[in-house]
Design a binder for this molecule. Sequence first.
Ligand code: GAF
Length: 395
Amino acid sequence: MTDLARPGRPATDVAARATAGFRSAYGGEPAGRWAAPGRANLIGEHTDYNDGFVLPFALPLRTVAAAAGRPGQRWTVWSELSGETIDFGADEVAAPGRVTGWGAYVAGVVWALREAGHAVPGARLAIASDVPLGSGLSSSAALEAAVLAALVDLGGLDLPPERQPRLAQRAENAYVGAPTGIMDQSAVIRCRAGHALFLDCRDESVEHVPFDLDAAGLAVLVVDSRAPHRHADGEYSARRASCEAAAGLLGVPALRDVPVDGLPDALARLDDAETRRRVRHVVTEDQRVLDTVALLRAGSVREIGPLLTASHASMRDDFEITVPEVDTAVEAALSAGALGARMTGGGFGGCVLALVDAGRAETVAAAVTAAYAERGFAAPGHVTVLPGPGATRLD
Ligand code: GAF
């Protein structure tokens, strides 16, 4: 199995690459460097846009923006990944959709800041990243958050971290055009090292819940299923629409308002079997988040395993967002002794996380690789992670 992270590269390296990119693109020194992580969601999938609960943590893989202000309303962005430099001005951020591709995430942040009435400084930025693209680890939210942090600091804007996730989400929803919830932007901005972020997506209140894997002798193994994303955007929108329609039929503002002990009654009021499955996933998933939080508060990290596995079964059978590669990875990890395993993120590919005894991470990873080979799937990637910090200024 290949390493999902860039092998042997400490977090500082990505910052050094961003600085080197800045120097060669612009011929000077950046005024500062801002980092934002990718995220994994421990549990609580497709609950955010139902006003429910999520429990993500930040990954030690980060995106770094090296940046400096400039006079006027112009933004130039170099990206390590594409090797391209894009440039846009006030016209391109006057309305959504005028910058496309990866640049849309940057332009979207500028657009959303301006739309919220902030005096956004012109800037030159250089972006480097260790967050893999297209693996469901929120590389897009990491890019948005790193750029947002840079522009807020460079411009001295009045936008504290707790108000930044909504703005980054607006960039993604309205400028990029992806109808995502609030989880990813909240995770990459508000997470803390050694903790998972218990977020109530209705009022955005948070609790930093200790998630001390080291003390428990445990590790989280993140496996990149390498499954091609199949119709992920359309399926995501369809799930969201189905949940909103179900809330309407049940006469509640959002599925979060269906109590778990009222679930049988709610299901009995829905005629359509598929809608009943969607509702059952969301309502039981919210409860699994609450149960996981209760165990973590009590320091019972090992005991969350079965909740993770139950979440996966619910995503597979009721929400129908898994694919054979991720199901195979979960089954192989559990057979090899993982305490729990589940797909993380929006689905239709992406990553699986497995809670394992620290000494067994490589054995579990090898078992997943063997199961993939048996089924003829492309080899998966993997990395062992501890919960890291959210977005921050490096210097
Ligand atoms: C994606 C979305 F961006 C999140 O808002 C969330 O809905 C997630 O899928 C599913 O839990 O990451």
